[in-house]
Design a protein around this ligand. Structure first.
Ligand code: ACM
Length: 548
């Protein structure tokens, strides 16, 4: 009897292993976004079960934990993490491979009996994990077999800077939302979170030396209703006090959470404009007697910092605390939409223009930015500024974020300055996602401009007008999310997805492999993951609107 049981078990084992060894896969089995550089379909499938172990070098402990947590979240699988120098079969092995060239590159090899993810660095391994996660089934009955198609992937990103921005000044979002955003960024193999922390409508970062920045500047007395001030809509306010800010402890938590996901957080401290909330807290750094009040409506304001020594000392104190919190190489200093009226009318500003032999108020803006750059450079940091920092002359080491189209980016690259492309036409995810005729069914937004997911996908960050040498200055691109018309987190997700998914392929995948129809098919699959992870998204952009 025992012998018969043994024989049956052997037959079962052989037939099962044959099934896993011989399964035939097709390209539809690999709906990875962003599309990998090189993907070779292989025969067979790996059976993932609760017996599978995650085995990693000790330097990859965080990545192993991340993979385990994600398998738990998406498939309710609780895998053991084992550290072993002699990995056995039927496991997921994470390893560092110095032979891989690109610092963010990885290889993912899936065979019927094991999975190997290798990276030049832990970042590469993390991206290999993201690709693996996208090969797992979603939404299946947990009693079904979980199998992953065999494959060999060799992958690395096209651009070094792959960013997503978020404005928390116009509307404030809790820590849980910021972490969810970081999860979304990580899933898309993007590596930078540009955190827009200060605005006319709210100062959102605790600064110990100047507590009124958050006590006063973190709150407004009300918020403009609907389309106030646009399309002839009158200004009306809800008169509901609104605000919030992140404590330094919370900021550290975000930076750590981001680091675990291989994301750098770049803080933005706006100057010399978009500073009304700061001036409401500390009016002595303004050009006039005021009065100043945290803005309740959207738009651009005349109130900007006075270019005095006292203001520079104030801003340097703030930036000193900011640098302690954020280890990023870059600090974003804003520089956009600076109305010059107050400087034109200020005796002090005019005197300074003469004394420093500046051409005009644009020259003064350039002087302002250069002073701040000098301070940050002396502390080992570099500045990023919106493309207005070109006006009046670029600060020597500044990186330009090109938002008013691509002209600023081209001009900066020609001057051999680094550039991040975020043109409104393709990278502003606060624009409508549909054409004007269909906008009446959509949540309101400030202008009638629209950017469909297909348009985002069509974006080419490196302008063809640049020479090969100049092209090297294009570090990458970023999606911007201005939140005037996004009072809820649900709306942020709705605006971001799936446009961010399209941008992730633009910044990661090679230009030659990009193909809208092929992407559109893979997009259908990734939305199942959005559902599983609880991400809201514009379903019409996936289901009907963009059908190829
Ligand atoms: C911007 O959209 N004002 C940079």
């Amino acid at each position: 009897m025992k012998n018969i049981a043994f024989v049956i078990t052997c037959i079962l084992l052989i037939s099962c292993s044959n099934k896993y060894e011989t399964a035939i896969n097709s390209i539809e089995d690999y709906p990875i976004i962003p599309k990998p550089k090189k993907l070779t379909i292989a025969q067979g499938r790996f059976l993932l079960s609760s017996n599978t172990k995650i085995i990693g070098e000790s330097s990859l402990a965080k990545e192993a934990q991340y993979l385990s947590k994600m398998l738990n979240t998406t498939l309710s699988l609780d895998l053991v993490i084992a550290s072993s120098d002699h990995p056995t079969k039927a496991n997921i092995i994470l390893s560092i491979d110095p032979a891989i060239e690109h610092p963010e590159g990885y290889t993912l090899s899936i065979k019927h009996d094991n999975i190997l993810i290798s990276g030049k660095t832990s970042t590469g391994v993390f991206y290999g994990i993201q690709s693996l996660l996208q090969l797992l089934p979603v939404g299946i009955n947990t009693k079904e077999e979980l199998t992953i198609p065999a494959v060999k992937i060799v992958d690395s990103p096209r651009y070094a800077y792959r960013g997503m921005h978020l404005d928390v000044g116009r509307h404030f979002f809790p820590m849980s939302s910021i972490k969810k955003y970081l999860d979304m960024i990580a899933m898309h193999k993007m590596n930078t979170f540009h955190w827009h922390l200060t605005e006319d409508q709210g100062w959102r970062i605790e600064i110990k030396k100047y507590p009124k920045l958050t006590e006063v500047g973190g709150f407004r007395k009300g918020t403009a209703i609907g389309l106030a001030g646009t399309r002839n809509a009158p200004y009306t306010y809800d008169n509901i006090p609104y605000g919030g800010f992140y404590t330094q402890e919370e900021i550290k938590e975000v930076v750590t959470y981001a680091k675990q996901r291989h994301i750098t957080v770049i803080p933005e401290i706006e100057l010399p404009g978009h500073s009304l909330a700061a001036l409401a807290a500390y009016p002595q750094f303004g050009n006039t007697e005021g009065p100043y009040e945290v803005a309740k409506r959207w738009g651009i304001f005349n109130e900007i910092y006075a270019p005095t020594e006292e203001t520079f000392a104030f801003l340097e104190d703030i930036l000193t605390e900011v640098m302690e919190l954020f280890p990023s190489k870059y600090i974003h200093i804003g520089g956009d939409e600076v109305l010059k009226k107050e400087w034109e009318e200020s005796a002090y500003a005019q005197e300074l223009i003469k004394r420093e032999k500046l051409k005009d108020e644009h020259g003064l803006q350039s002087y302002f930015i250069r002073r701040i750059e000098k301070f940050l450079n002396a502390n080992g940091r570099n500045i990023i500024g919106w493309d207005e920092i070109l006006e009046g002359g670029l600060a020597p080491n500044a990186t330009v974020m090109s938002w008013r189209g691509v002209k600023g980016g081209i001009a900066a690259a020609k001057q051999h300055h680094s550039v991040i492309m975020t043109p409104g036409t393709h990278c502003y995810f606060d624009y409508y996602q549909v054409e004007e005729e269909k906008q009446k069914n959509e949540p309101i937004t400030g202008s009638k401009r629209h950017t469909t997911v297909e348009k985002v996908y069509s974006y080419e960050p490196t302008p063809s007008i640049l020479s090969i040498k100049e092209s090297k200055y294009i570090l990458g691109a970023q999606g911007n999310v201005w939140t005037e018309y996004m009072p809820t987190w649900d709306l942020v997700e709705y605006n971001v997805l799936p446009r961010m998914t399209a941008l992730s392929e633009v910044v990661w995948s090679s230009k030659e492999t990009r193909d809208w129809k092929d992407f559109y098919k893979r997009l259908q699959c990734i939305t199942k993951r959005y559902d599983k992870l609880g991400y809201n998204y514009a379903k019409h952009s996936v289901e009907t609107n963009q059908t190829p």
